[in-house]
Design a protein around this ligand. Sequence first.
Ligand code: FEO
Length: 386
Amino acid sequence: MKVTEDIRYIGVNDHQVDLFEGQFEVPLGMAYNSYVILDEKTAVMDTVDQNFGDEWMENLKAALGGRKPDYLVIQHMEPDHSANIVRFLSAYPDTTVVGNAKTFAMMEQFYSLPEDMKRQTVANGGTLELGKHTLTFVFAPMVHWPEVMVTYDSADKVLFSADAFGKFGANDVEDPEGWACEARRYYFGIVGKYGAQAQTLLKKAAGLDIQVICPLHGPVLSENLGYYLALYATWSSYRPETEGVFIAYTSVYGHTKAAALELAEMLREKGCPKVSVADLARDDIYECVEDGFRYSRMVLATTTYNAEIFPAMREFISHLTERGYQNRFVAFIENGTWAPTAAKCMKAMFEKSKNMTFAENTVTIKSALNGESRSALEALAEELCR
Ligand code: FEO
């Protein structure tokens, strides 16, 4: 597939993966992207996952059309992209592998490299001349590993963006929800903690004339780039994307769930622009994480459990706080039959989150909703719509 006159897509689609990176469900599969730049010299941009070496090598051979690859550029050492380096070198031992000092240190850790491997170590801002195309390497540490670099091709105005602007889902199936949903789940699940570093990368990108973004996952982006850049600017700055309320609950016998659903109904009746409800024990946890970051307000409802909180709620809050959760409005609903303490425990978990506002109204349910706790729920609904 042609990306531009001189750039070919040689990636693969994975519909066998059960959990991407050992934890993310990917019902639409996953794409591992790789590209070839054909100029006086040829450059291959990254490899693919270990299970797709045969297919990728075939794609590469076809794209090269009998030529030899001069360079293999490694932008990211995570094995979903680097797993075929050794295999590539056994077929093309004369190719020079291009990376930075951290890239090569990780490469030695992961793989048994040929002793005579040709390597070119580049600095931040370093360039590689292919002929008409000059590649400039821009380090993007922690988006998503410390060795990551992105690559700008000034001839075709292409940014090879590594994991940035990637999404879950293979490229040979249409995503019924469009780009943003699975890109948001990918961003917050994988890169979310590193908002500051993603912001730094966006600032560097703002100085470049970019017509095409070639990420390592998901589709090549060539139209309406402002849309994708604006979403990344929102996500990486921890600003809410959608005005509305996300209600996340856990429930043992259904009473806490009933309160969550009643609150959602109250909010809808009051005209709240968007209300989303999730069962933390049953819904995809990373869908919940993305919604926690997406909405301007969040309500957490859980039972008191072992004088603490229900495990799925603890796990969820940890997912948020370890990813730098901040700048949000959060309310609590607790349920306890003899000693409800969940609200206090939940609030304490946000201790390190910056710029948080907590609702004045905390709802305490003793076993099941009654007149008193229902009134408290009404008061919370009022406050959330203020
Ligand atoms: Fe797609 Fe961080 O690897």
